[in-house]
Design a protein around this ligand. Sequence first.
Ligand code: EPZ
Length: 431
Amino acid sequence: MTKYIVEGGKPLCGEVEISGAKNAAVAIIPAALLVNGICRIENVPQISDVSLCMNILEQLGAGVRMINRHTVELDCRHIHSTRTPYEMARRIRASSYFIGALLGRFGQAEVAMPGGCNFGGVRPIDQHVKGFTALGAQVTVEGGFIRAVAQNGRLHSANIYLDVVSVGATMNIMMSAVLAEGNTIIENAAKEPHVVDLANFLNSMGANVRGAGTDTIKIRGVECLTGGSYAIIPDQIEAGTYMAAAAAAGGQILVKNIIPKHMDCITAKLQECGVEVEEHEDTLLVRRTEPLRKTNIKTLPYPGFPTDMQPQITTVLSLAKGISLVTESVWGNRYRYVDELRRMGASIQVDDKTAIVEGVDHLSGAPVQASDLRAGAALVIAALAAHGQSEISCVHYIERGYENIVAKLQALGADIRSVEVPDEGEELGIG
Ligand code: EPZ
């Protein structure tokens, strides 16, 4: 397995180019199944979750052709199976999107329960199932697979009110409804940039989806989607992670290829901490020369502060003068990384959903282990800011969602390298 060795304490300086958004890509790739034609998708991030989605698509009979590093052509005209390979699909949460896409196009889908969850588990999919059922599907669980079948061969329209604001349920229901008969309405929909990106992708292929980005999405079913070209939006969380890295380690970086509006929630909080952020058309200049100041943060669905930035910002706050409170209100338990930060000298107490962060003067390098994607990103940030050497293991989690993170940080002057060590066993993550 791979580990990262980081010599911390060097300010970051230079430019970083942000890749396409992971959480848009892992939905748009399965959504290509809805298209009876060729989709050309640009700005596809080169990360392991995306490769896995493309492998699953290929196993179903899709043509997958890389045009260049970040552009792929997906041809879903000759799909021969509506059952995803078990071992591949169970590894990522995003495999649930294959249910919406297969069900929408073929009226049936069999997909391994994503990420090892079950309906009552830590990452439930009850709202996805509620939507599919309202659209006329029968959903059962058999042998580790979720099986969804349109009772009359084709789904019909429905009014669906989501009981919780769910990104996954909003996107999955949107996929299953674009080819359904009639007009579907999703209320209390998620408004994240990747929800809008999926709607824009589907519309560019011939769908009729209105209102994405608000809490009411209206979908008029069409007979078929044909091919087209689409570019994925930049990754809000990857950009936020580099901003947080500059905040923690100090220095000045130019974050390129971003949509500044998507960054507002992160920019505002970093500014409260004393970080200077200058906004340009599609770049942000981030500078930290002064000591960091405390702030309080609560994660919320978009446009609130993203849960996927919670570990990274908590790491920044672990170096801010005073006591900061961080409240996680999207996920029940997203503080597993805190024990690792404590090894590095952070002073953080977790009380249920709140982390009480007492800023310390500095962190010290240590051997630490990533427990999921953003936890891993937080440890990289901590290691960059820390005095001395850190060794980060289980970095396969990080590589699920960050393209070329080592090279991008090296280009910013960081002393980080990737080394191969004998395998000690890998776990499944949450993605
Ligand atoms: C997506 O997960 C992202 N993953 C997550 O990013 C992100 O943390 C999350 O949205 C919230 O923004 C992908 O896009 C692949 P949700 P998702 O459904 O769709 C509850 C990362 O680091 N809920 O919006 O699974 C759920 O328990 C990853 O990139 C139900 O109760 O999240 C949670 O409390 C990690 N029933 C809340 O809703 C359901 O049927 C939000 O979950 C579905 C969700």
